[in-house]
Design a protein around this ligand. Structure first.
Ligand code: SER
Length: 596
C-alpha cells in the first residue's frame, strides 16, 4: 500500500480525535510573540506556555499538524533526508494522560489494521537509560513490552539520545522513540537504533515533559506532567513506503517534474543534477510557505527576511546552473500552491503575494548573479592559496547580493574556503548592529529573558491596533507582529503613509488608554461568538474552534492567545519611533514602552 501525505495527516488526526483530542490548526511559522527564535521549529514551540501550565482554550488533549522550518542543516539539503520545511504531526497531553496511554496509542496507531497496520516485527523502541537528573524509564519499557515489543527490541539510551528540549531552557523530559527497521542488515554487532547506518529510522518521538530546565542547568519539576509527541510527516511517508529518499514522496513529485521540464534535464541523470533539483525543490517550498504564512515575511537583510532571501537566492543560483529560464522559481511555487491547496489554503489565499515576491527577488538577484560569479572567478584566479579574502566576500555581498553562505558554497565547489571572520569584520564596519542581532538568533534555540517586557509590548500592540482603527478607520487590519524585549513592530493594511498628526493622535490615544488604567480580562468562547461580540483578530477558517478574547476596558477587544498584562496602567509611556512602508498596501509601525 502506498501511504500518501494526506492519508497520514487524516488518519493521524482522526485517531486522536476519536480519543478525545481537539484538532487545532497549525500556528504560524513566524513565532508571533517570541523574539527568541526566528521560526517555529517543532510542534511544541507554539504550545510552550501551555506546557508550562497556562490553560489552553481547547482543553488538555490536543492534536495538530504543525508547519515547521529548521535551517540549521541547510548545507545538508540535497542529500536523501534533509529538508528546511516539514510538517510535524503531534498529539498533546497538557497535564492529562501520561506515558502509559501515550505509548499504547502510538502502538495501536502504528500496528492496528484500521490505521497504519505496520508489521510489529519491524518496530524497535528506545527509552531513557536514566542519570542523576531523572530515573531509568523502566515504566515506559514495561508498557512497550505489554504492547508486544519484545525486550530485545527495547533499547535504553542516555540523555544524548532520549531526552528532548527545544534549545537550552524550558519544558523538557525523557522521551521514547519509535524506529522502523528498513530491512538492511545490521552494520555490526553493536548496531542499535542510535546507529545512523540506515537500518533503523526514527518515525515518532514521544516526550514525557515533566521538567523545566533552568538557565543554570538544573531541572525543576513542571506544574503538570505533559506529553509532547512528534512525527515528521515527510520522513514517515518516505520510510513507510520503503522509499530511499524523502524527495520520492508524493509532495515533491509535481515540483520535480516541473523542474525537469523547465531545465530540460533528468532528475537522476547525475548526482550533481539530482542535488541541485532537490535544493531547488526544498528551498522554493520553504519560501512559498514563509511568504504564504498568515503572519508572513518578505525577503530582506535581517532576521527571517534574510533566511528567506538566502533560500530564494540559492534556489535561483541552482536554477541558473541548470539553465532554467527566468520566472522558474514562481512556476515551481505555483505547483506547491496547488499541491497544498486543501491542507494549507493560506497558500492559495496569498498566491499573488508569493508569486510577486518570488519574481521580484529572482529579478533582483539574476541581474547581479552572473556578474558576481565572474567577479568570484576573477579573484580566485589571482589569489595565492585557497582562502577567499573577507573583503571579496563582502564585495560579493554588498555589490552583487551574495549571502555570505552562498560565497562559501561557491568557494567549496571550487576547492576554496572563505575568510568568514574577515567578512564579518568588513560587515561590522558597515552595518554592525542589525546583522549581529540576527546572527545570534540564527543559531536557533530559545534564549532567555524579556518575559515581562514582551508581555507588556504585546498588550501595547492591542492598544495600538485599536487606536489605529479609531484614527484611520476599519480598513486597518493586522498583517504581522514581531516583538523583542525592546520594541514592538506592527504591520497593518493601509494604503498611504500616515500624517504626522495621525501618528501623534494614535500615540496619544494609546497613552490615554494606559493612563485610564483599564482592567484586562480574558474570556474563552467559540470563534463564531467571538466574532459576534465585535472582537477583532484573524478569523480564517477556524470554524468551531474555542478562542480567547482579551478585553481592555472599552478600548480594545481582540482574539489572541495571550499572555497579557493585567492592567493597562502597568505599561509605561508609549512612543511610536517609526512609521514606514512594509510592502505594497502595508504600513509598519515600530514603538516602545518607556519607563520615564
Ligand atoms: N518535540 C519533539 C520533537 O520535535 C516531539 O514532538 O521531536
Amino acid at each position: 500500500m502506498k501511504i500518501t501525505s494526506q492519508f497520514l495527516r487524516d488518519k493521524y488526526l482522526n485517531f486522536f480525535k476519536e480519543r478525545g483530542h481537539a484538532v487545532i490548526k497549525s500556528a504560524s511559522l513566524i513565532p508571533e510573540n517570541d523574539p527568541s527564535v526566528l521560526f517555529t521549529t517543532a510542534g511544541m514551540h507554539p504550545l510552550i506556555p501551555y506546557l508550562l501550565g497556562q490553560k489552553h482554550p481547547n482543553g488538555t488533549r490536543l492534536t495538530d499538524v504543525q508547519k515547521c522550518v529548521r535551517t540549521g542543516d541547510i548545507e545538508e539539503v540535497g542529500d536523501d533526508s534533509h529538508l528546511t520545511f516539514f510538517e510535524m504531526l503531534g498529539n498533546w497531553s497538557l497535564g492529562d494522560y501520561f506515558n502509559h496511554e501515550s505509548i499504547k496509542w502510538s502502538y495501536e496507531f502504528l500496528t492496528s489494521p484500521q490505521y497504519l497496520g505496520l508489521d510489529v516485527n519491524r518496530l524497535s523502541v528506545t527509552v531513557f537509560a536514566g542519570d542523576s537528573d531523572a530515573k531509568r524509564d523502566e515504566d515506559s519499557a514495561s508498557v512497550w513490552e505489554q504492547c508486544g515489543i519484545p525486550k530485545e527490541r527495547i533499547f535504553y539510551l542516555p540523555k544524548k539520545n532520549n531526552w528532548w528540549i527545544a534549545g537550552t531552557t524550558g519544558p523538557c523530559g525523557p522521551d521514547t522513540e519509535i524506529f522502523w527497521d528498513t530491512g538492511k542488515p545490521k552494520c555490526s554487532d553493536h548496531c542499535d537504533p542510535s546507529c545512523d547506518c540506515g537500518k533503523y529510522l526514527e518515525i515518532w518521538n514521544n516526550v514525557f515533559m515533566q521538567f523545566n530546565r533552568q538557565a543554570d542547568g538544573t531541572y525543576l519539576p513542571l506544574k503538570q506532567k505533559n506529553v509532547d509527541t512528534g512525527m515528521g510527516l515527510e520522513r514517515t511517508v518516505c520510510v513507510l513506503n520503503g522509499m530511499k529518499s524523502v524527495y520520492d514522496i508524493d509532495l515533491f513529485q509535481g515540483a520535480l517534474a516541473k523542474i525537469q521540464q523547465l531545465s530540460g534535464k533528468q532528475y537522476s541523470q547525475d548526482e550533481q543534477t539530482t542535488k541541485a533539483m532537490r535544493i531547488i525543490a526544498d528551498h522554493v517550498r520553504t519560501a512559498t510557505f514563509l511568504l504564504g504564512d498568515p503572519v508572513g515575511v518578505v525577503p530582506s537583510n535581517v532576521d527571517q527576511g534574510y533566511v528567506l532571501r538566502r533560500l530564494i537566492r540559492r534556489a535561483v543560483r541552482k536554477a541558473n546552473s541548470l539553465d532554467m529560464p527566468k520566472g522558474s522559481i514562481a512556476e515551481i511555487a505555483k505547483v506547491y500552491i496547488e499541491v497544498y491547496k486543501d491542507a494549507y489554503p493560506e497558500l492559495t489565499a496569498n498566491a499573488d503575494k508569493i508569486i510577486d515576491e518570488l519574481n521580484k527577488e529572482e529579478d533582483k538577484f539574476s541581474k547581479t548573479l552572473v556578474a558576481g560569479e565572474k567577479e568570484f572567478f576573477k579573484v580566485i584566479s589571482h589569489i595565492q592559496g585557497k582562502v577567499v579574502p573577507g573583503g571579496t566576500a563582502f564585495k560579493l555581498y554588498d555589490t552583487f547580493g551574495f549571502p555570505v553562505e552562498m560565497t562559501e558554497e561557491l568557494a567549496a565547489e571550487n576547492g576554496y574556503t572563505v575568510d568568514v571572520e574577515g567578512f564579518k569584520q568588513k560587515f561590522a564596519e558597515h552595518q554592525a548592529k542589525s546583522h549581529a542581532g540576527s546572527e545570534q538568533r540564527f543559531k536557533g534555540g530559545m534564549a532567555e529573558g524579556g518575559g515581562q517586557e514582551t508581555t507588556y509590548l504585546h498588550t501595547a500592540t492591542h492598544l495600538l491596533q485599536a487606536a489605529l482603527r479609531k484614527v484611520l478607520g476599519d480598513e486597518v487590519k493586522q498583517k504581522g507582529s514581531n516583538i523583542t524585549p525592546e520594541r514592538l513592530r506592527f504591520d497593518f493594511s493601509f494604503g498611504r503613509p500616515m500624517t504626522a498628526d495621525e501618528i501623534a493622535q494614535t500615540e496619544s490615544l494609546v497613552n490615554q488608554a494606559i493612563q485610564r488604567k483599564l482592567a484586562i480580562t480574558c474570556e474563552e468562547m467559540p470563534i463564531e461568538e467571538a466574532r459576534k461580540t465585535g472582537a477583532i483578530g484573524l478569523f480564517g477558517d477556524r470554524y468551531g474552534e474555542v478562542v480567547k478574547v482579551y478585553t481592555m476596558g472599552d478600548f480594545s477587544k481582540e482574539i489572541c492567545g495571550g499572555p497579557h498584562a493585567n492592567n493597562t496602567g502597568d505599561l509605561g509611556r508609549f512612543v511610536i519611533t517609526k512609521e514606514q512602508s512594509s510592502s505594497s498596501g502595508v504600513r509598519r509601525i515600530k514603538a516602545e514602552l518607556r519607563k520615564d
